[in-house]
Design a protein around this ligand. Structure first.
Ligand SMILES: CC(C)(COP(=O)(O)OP(=O)(O)OC[C@H]1O[C@@H](n2cnc3c(N)ncnc32)[C@H](O)[C@@H]1OP(=O)(O)O)[C@@H](O)C(=O)NCCC(=O)NCCS
Length: 350
C-alpha cells in the first residue's frame, strides 16, 4: 500500500513530516515491509511503519543518514539531527526534525481532535490554564491541544529534566498565533534554556510541538563533523525520463546496526537517491516539497545495486518525479512519487 508523506516547514530548519496511508485508512495488517524489525509486535506495526517513514523523510530532507536508536522508549536521532516521533491509532505517524544549532531538543505529539472531553480538565490543566481553556469557544478541542502540548513538552525535556514532569508541573500561557509561553519549576531543567510550544490543526488532528533552545554555547548540541554523503550515483536521461544506478557499498558505515543483526540500506537513502538523481537529471539543486506516495517493498543490503527508473512532469508550482526502484535482479524495492522545488541557499527549512 502506498504511504503519503507531507512535509510542513514550521520555521526555517524545523520540519514536520507526516506519513499516512494514501487511502486515508489504516495499513492492512498483512503489509509488513521487510525492514520492520521482528520485535515490533503486530499491534505496533502500522504505527512503526508510518512513523519510521516520516523519520526517513526527515532524514532525507536534512541529508542526515545514520541510526535512530532507542534509549528506553526515547528515540535518539543520529548526529546532526534532533527529532521526535508521534503516531495516532495506526493512521498517521509524524516526525519533527531540526538541524538548528541552538535547538537542544524537540518534542511532537499528534492527537485526534476529539481525544479529550472537558472532564479531563483538572488532570491536565493548572488553575490558570483552566481559565483560558474554559473561556475558549471550543474548550474540549483547546484542552486536547493543551494535552498534546504537554506530551510534546514531556518528550522534548525527557533527556534534560531532573525528573519526569507531571501534567501540572508545567504551565502554558497563550502567546498568540497558536503559540504558548511555558513556565516550569526551577529545579526541573538546567538554567539557560527556553521552551516554547505550538499547537497546529492538521485535518482531523491536533499536532503540538515543543522546542527547547539555548544561547549558551556549552548547552548547544555537539557540533559533529558533517555526515558523510551516501555513495555515488550515475544517471542517464532520455527526455522526461531518467534511469539511475547506485551501488550499496559493503563498507558504507550507515549499513551497520540499523536493525538488530541485519545490514540494511536505509530507506532514507532510497529517497535520497530519487532526490540526487532528479538533481542530476535537471542540473540544479532541489528540495523535497511533498511525497504523495511511498511504498518500501523490498530491502537492499551490502553488494546490491539500486536501479531507479523515473518519469518527470512539471506541476503548476513544483516538479514531480515518479520512480520505481528495483535491485539488480529486477525485484521491486520501492515506488515513490515525490514533488520537488528548486532549493535556495537557506534550505532546508526556508
Ligand atoms: C511517552 C509518552 C509521551 C508517549 O506518548 P503517547 O501519546 O503514548 O504516544 P505517541 O504516539 O505520541 O508517542 C510515542 C513515541 O514517543 C516517543 N517516546 C517515548 N518515550 C519518550 C521519551 N521519554 N522521550 C521522548 N520521546 C519518547 C517514542 O518515539 C514513541 O514512539 P515509538 O515507540 O514508535 O518509538 C506518554 O506515553 C507518556 O508517558 N507521557 C507521560 C505523561 C506526560 O506526558 N506528562 C506531561 C508532562 S508535561
Amino acid at each position: 500500500m502506498d504511504i503519503r508523506v507531507r512535509c510542513l516547514r514550521l520555521e526555517p530548519g524545523l520540519v514536520l513530516t507526516m506519513a499516512a496511508p494514501a487511502t486515508g485508512t489504516t495499513l492492512p495488517p498483512h503489509v509488513r515491509p521487510p525492514w520492520v524489525p521482528e520485535e515490533v509486535t503486530p499491534s505496533r506495526q502500522s504505527d512503526f511503519v508510518l512513523s519510521r517513514t516520516a523519520v526517513m523523510a526527515a532524514q532525507a530532507i536534512f541529508e542526515v543518514g545514520g541510526l535512530v536508536v532507542a534509549d528506553g522508549r526515547r528515540p535518539v536521532f543520529p548526529p546532526g539531527l534532533r527529532g521526535s516521533i508521534s503516531h495516532s491509532q495506526g493512521r498517521i505517524g509524524v516526525c519533527l526534525g531540526t538541524d538548528r544549532p541552538e535547538v537542544v531538543a524537540v518534542g511532537v505529539d499528534i492527537e485526534r481532535h476529539v481525544r479529550l472531553s472537558i472532564e479531563g480538565l483538572r488532570y491536565v490543566a493548572t488553575p490558570a490554564e483552566r481559565d483560558w481553556v474554559l473561556a475558549d469557544k471550543c474548550p474540549g478541542r483547546t484542552l486536547t491541544g493543551l494535552f498534546a502540548a504537554k506530551e510534546a513538552i514531556y518528550k522534548s525535556v525527557s533527556a534534560l529534566a531532573s525528573r519526569p514532569p507531571g501534567f501540572l508541573d508545567v504551565e502554558l500561557r497563550p502567546a498568540g498565533d497558536r503559540t504558548y509561553r511555558v513556565t516550569w519549576p526551577a529545579d526541573l531543567l538546567p538554567a539557560g534554556l527556553t521552551l516554547d510550544a505550538t499547537v497546529t490543526c492538521v485535518d482531523d488532528y491536533v499536532v503540538a510541538h515543543a522546542v527547547v533552545r539555548t544561547d549558551r554555547a556549552e548547552l548547544m548540541p555537539h557540533r559533529y563533523p558533517p555526515p558523510a554523503k551516501p555513495s555515488g550515483i550515475s544517471v542517464s536521461s532520455t527526455g522526461d525520463a531518467f534511469r539511475a544506478r547506485r551501488a550499496v557499498l559493503a563498507d558504507d558505515r550507515y549499513l551497520g546496526g540499523r536493525y538488530p543483526g541485519r545490514r540494511i540500506y536505509p530507506g532514507a537513502f532510497v529517497l535520497d537517491s530519487v532526490l540526487r538523481s532528479a538533481e542530476a537529471h535537471l542540473g540544479k539543486p532541489l528540495r523535497i516539497e511533498d511525497i504523495p506516495a511511498i511504498a518500501l517493498t523490498g530491502i537492499l543490503g551490502p553488494g546490491d545495486t539500486l536501479y531507479l527508473d523515473a518519469e518527470c512532469a512539471d506541476l503548476p508550482d513544483s516538479f514531480q518525479v515518479r520512480a520505481a526502484c528495483t535491485d539488480q535482479s529486477g525485484a521491486a524495492v520501492a515506488t515513490l512519487t515525490v514533488h520537488f522545488k528548486p532549493s535556495g541557499p537557506a534550505e532546508p527549512g526556508a
